[in-house]
Design a protein around this ligand. Structure first.
Ligand code: NAP
Length: 418
């Protein structure tokens, strides 16, 4: 951590409320890092009069800022966009640290691109940077653009693609669950890179994981470009290992801890306590359903049946699992709806909370009463096994249960990153 409390840094863009940059820069240095949400007409005035020592630039102003700069680095000039502005004796200087960011992400992914056919989805600002890096690494680059010669209607021309890089916003929060392409069209794929980092696993990356194709999200690029920007801000050097440390920290902090398990196993009690202890927010999908339906769960079952309840539950799961850094308790039967699998895993590790069947209550739980707990468990056990990333035991003391969940979550998170 570099100490420069007197230094005024920031980020200019249009909509910044979901930006991870303040958290990343807070790990790099203790300077002030302010978010400046500007309308297009205000960008020039801000650059001329704003009281900042240095600033980052994001969507949609990476080109807009260029005419206001006295000097632009060769890299930024070549890529045609600026994401870092510093003050020099000549005036404002523009750099592009996204080139370094994507190079670092590519290197970390271990995905080989030299002499390989790489499809880059999208032709916007990030696409230009990605293409420059891939070309410099010796890849054969094809840009897929909705309006280009190579587009989403003739993807079969490129069945032999080895690598896909998504530089479109398709699948990005709040439009979680959408994917720009069907990966099954590309049997020779050996890597998928998505520049999106919220959610942590876009539908594209979840699909890649199911096909056992190596893949990576855009958080490493975001952290790497921020490290390079911080070096330019303060005219200093920071070891690359900081990129990995900060990426892992932000990824872990923003990953949801999701609890599944039999009705009455203690998900809500332990989940609330864990949220309090870790400073996370708490959500309970059953509470969301009750609030939206305006009636209790037994009443929903009695009036509309289980299929209707499962639809409401899926909606509640999608709403809660889009969030970042929450503890989320789910209903016992959440694993019965297959589409909940991707929704829960897009931003979270799923922990199966296990409790002795003899200790499970059945009051207020329609299926536990109808089916009997032992029979219900026998039906659901394979589904809990399939959905979970790790297992935690429920203890007599909720504090111990919360500890077990946290240990299981941390171990599952570390295992994924190895
Ligand atoms: P941009 O300039 O708006 O370009 C995005 C491109 O995606 C567009 O030019 C368009 O290309 C395509 N596109 C847009 N909407 C689409 C849709 N509905 N369906 C299919 N294609 C669509 O944005 P950008 O600055 O390049 O950023 C793109 C994405 O990369 C964003 O999600 C951004 O958050 C992410 N990003 C991440 C990092 C990082 O550090 N991880 C850095 C930069 C950007 P066509 O018109 O040619 O189809």
């Amino acid at each position: 951590m570099i100490h420069r409390k007197d230094f005024q840094a920031g980020l200019i863009g249009r909509k910044l409320s979901h930006s991870f940059s303040p958290q990343i820069h807070a790990e790099l240095a203790d300077y002030n890092y302010t978010l400046f949400e500007l309308e297009p007409d205000d960008v020039g005035t801000f650059l001329q009069n704003g009281s900042f020592d240095a600033t980052n630039v994001t969507i949609p102003y990476k080109k807009t800022v260029m005419p206001y700069l006295a000097e632009i680095s060769d890299e930024a000039q070549k890529i045609g966009s600026v994401n870092t502005i510093t003050r020099t004796a000549k005036g404002l200087r523009g750099d592009n640290t996204d080139y370094f960011g994507f190079s670092y992400m590519l290197q970390k992914s271990g995905i080989a691109v030299k002499n390989k056919k790489c499809l880059v989805l999208g032709s916007g600002g990030a696409s230009v940077t990605v293409c420059a890096v891939l070309e410099d690494m010796g890849a054969e680059v094809i840009v897929i653009s909705r309006t280009g010669e190579n587009n989403y209607e003739n993807l079969d021309r490129h069945k032999d693609a080895a690598v896909i890089v998504n530089t479109t916003p398709v699948g990005m929060y709040p439009n979680n669950g959408e994917s720009p392409v069907d990966l099954s069209l590309f049997p020779a794929l050996s890597g998928v890179l998505d520049l999106i980092y919220n959610p942590a696993r876009t539908q594209l990356l979840l699909d890649a994981q199911k096909l056992h194709i190596p893949c990576i999200n855009g958080l490493t690029m975001l952290t790497a470009q921020a490290k390079k920007a911080c070096e330019l801000f303060l005219d200093t050097r920071i070891d690359d290992s900081e990129i990995d440390r900060i990426t892992a920290k932000i990824a872990q902090d923003s990953e949801n801890i999701i609890l599944i398990g039999m009705p009455g196993c203690g998900k809500s009690t332990a989940g609330k306590l864990l949220a309090e202890q870790t400073g996370r927010q708490f959500a309970d999908t059953d509470e969301v359903i009750v609030q939206k339906a305006g009636m209790s769960i037994p009443d929903i079952f009695a009036k509309y049946g289980e299929a209707h309840f499962r639809r409401l539950e899926h909606e509640a799961v999608c709403e809660c699992a889009k969030k970042s850094g929450f503890v989320i308790a789910t209903g016992g039967g959440v694993i019965k709806t297959e589409s909940n699998f991707d929704a829960l895993h897009q931003n979270g590790k799923v922990i199966w909370l296990q409790r002795d069947l003899q200790l499970l209550p059945s009051d207020g739980r329609p299926l536990s009463q109808q089916e009997g707990i032992v029979k219900l468990f026998a039906q659901r056990k394979p589904l809990y096994e399939r959905f979970c990333d790790a297992v935690a035991q429920c203890e007599a003391e909720a504090t111990l249960t919360a500890q077990n969940i946290l240990s299981a979550f941390t171990a599952a998170f570390k295992e994924e990153r190895q």
